[in-house]
Design a protein around this ligand. Structure first.
Ligand SMILES: NC(=O)C1=CN([C@@H]2O[C@H](COP(=O)(O)OP(=O)(O)OC[C@H]3O[C@@H](n4cnc5c(N)ncnc54)[C@H](O)[C@@H]3O)[C@@H](O)[C@H]2O)C=CC1
Ligand SMILES: O=C(CO)COP(=O)(O)O
Length: 330
């Protein structure tokens, strides 16, 4: 198989490396020519996957024609807010009816599009076959061959079968779920909850608060998902509950780390200025809050995360509001 991976950050590099180790012919597209050359020459991606020796067969390139020519499958690992622009720039290099596996997790600001919609619009006319890869999976642990379980959201049985077999290894167990909307929203909304949990832990609210946030966060994502046609049980799976547990408790999570810094007294600007990786939850908080308002769905945790991030609200005041909402059944 010839696989093109677009996006040379932590996740794109880890997935490209994993597929190359499996024996696939993998080309990693990195937009910066100097960075591509450095990855190929040193066999490392020192900026995004430090300390990990890459499979020698993995080729990093900055020329999209070279990467996409004759590809059997394109893996997308570009930050969600850049996905549309990137696809529109590169669409001329895609083969017809491309198989696309999107590994990015977020909702587009302004349009509320999930990545499936961004791909369908960006590659309109090429009839892409789409799957979304989601679930609890820190890039560094996948690169280190630690046991990991993920889920592919896909409605096309042939594509699902193809992608499930492509990504499965002795260390990576891949499930399939035909509820693409649910799988996409689970991966996107958990980033907001990871920020919330980081804020709570940064302030020192304690472990009860974190467990409450994870559980009510699950309820919040299910409510939004149901309004958008997702199945509630999808959120009990790897993309919802699984990724909530990982990123609300695991300090490798960039979104959780944003929350920890803000709970510890830093501003959003200071926090983001000190980060080299994308924390998708920041923009997804804005997008999902607006979407909730548009649909008339109550998203209380998202609302408070938004207030803390963007209006400078004191986290203690945000928790006070969450705790003192009208009493209700679970
Ligand atoms: N790192 C992780 O453990 C995981 C990340 N993800 C998701 O994967 C996506 C990518 O995340 P990471 O690789 O971790 O991010 P990262 O911050 O490590 O790297 C982002 C990469 O995208 C590149 N990039 C940014 N804008 C671009 C553009 N317009 N065109 C081309 N390249 C561009 C950057 O140069 C960088 O190489 C995100 O949606 C994230 O939520 C999903 C699962 C695990
Ligand atoms: O989605 C992830 C793991 O499943 C990565 O989470 P962060 O982007 O918060 O690091």
């Amino acid at each position: 198989m010839h696989i093109a991976v677009l996006g040379g950050g932590s996740w794109g590099t880890a997935l490209a490396d994993m597929l190359a180790r499996k024996g696939e012919r993998v080309r990693l597209w990195v937009r910066n020519a100097e960075a591509a050359r450095e990855i190929s020459e040193t066999g490392m991606n020192a900026r995004y996957l430090p300390g990990h020796a890459l499979c020698p067969a993995l080729e990093a390139r900055s020329d999209p024609a070279e990467v996409l020519h004759g590809t059997d499958c394109v893996v997308l690992a570009i930050p969600c807010q850049s996905m549309d622009g990137c696809l529109r720039d590169l669409r001329g290099f895609f083969p017809p009816a491309p198989r696309i596996v999107c590994a990015s997790k977020g909702v587009e600001l302004g349009t509320f599009r999930t990545m499936r919609q961004v791909v369908e619009d960006g590659l309109a006319g090429l009839t892409p076959r789409y799957a979304i890869l989601s679930g609890p999976s820190f890039a560094s642990e996948v690169a280190a061959c630690r046991p990991t379980a993920v889920v592919l959201g896909c409605t096309d049985p042939d594509m699902a079968d193809f992608a499930q077999h492509l990504f499965s290894t002795r260390h990576l167990r891949v499930y399939v779920n035909d509820d693409v909307t649910g799988v996409e929203l689970g991966g996107a909304v958990k980033n907001i909850m990871a920020i919330a949990s980081g804020i709570a832990d940064g302030v020192g609210f304690g472990e009860n608060a974190r467990a409450g946030l994870i559980t009510r966060g699950l309820s919040e994502m299910s409510r939004l998902g149901a309004a958008l046609g997702a199945r509630p049980e999808t959120f009990m799976g790897l993309s919802g509950l699984g990724d909530l547990v990982l990123t609300c408790t695991g300090d490798q999570s960039r979104n959780r780390r944003v929350g920890l810094a803000i709970g510890g007294g830093k501003t959003l600007e200071e926090t983001l200025a000190n980060m080299r990786n994308v924390a998708e939850g920041v923009k997804t908080t804005q997008a999902v809050r607006e979407l909730g308002l548009k649909l008339g769905i109550e998203l209380p945790i998202t609302e408070q995360v938004h207030a803390v991030l963007f209006t400078g609200k004191d986290p203690a005041g945000a928790v006070h509001e969450l705790m003192n909402r009208p009493l209700r059944d679970e």
